[in-house]
Design a protein around this ligand. Structure first.
Ligand SMILES: [Zn+2]
Length: 77
């Protein structure tokens, strides 16, 4: 019988099983290990890009507030 290796616990799971016998994780067919890690990398990449954009927006927002405060202070003085 052909077996698959669970990516979560590395337990050999029969190809006919829909759930890992080791950790109970759902066995996803159709994607090889490499394909799965590629999808995982893509997800991580997208998350990193989104986090970077959010950080930049936050920094720009903070910088804008600082500039406004400085302008107000210099205006008063
Ligand atoms: Zn497992």
């Amino acid at each position: 019988m052909k077996t698959l290796v669970c990516p979560h616990c590395n337990t050999q799971v029969p190809e006919t099983a829909s759930v890992c016998t080791g950790c109970g994780a759902e066995v996803v067919r159709g994607l090889s290990r490499g394909g799965r890690s590629l999808v995982g990398l893509l997800c991580v990449g997208v998350a990193v890009v989104i986090a970077g954009i959010m950080l930049r927006v936050l920094e720009m927002h903070k910088a804008g507030l600082h500039c406004r405060r400085r302008n107000r202070n210099t205006g008063r003085m």
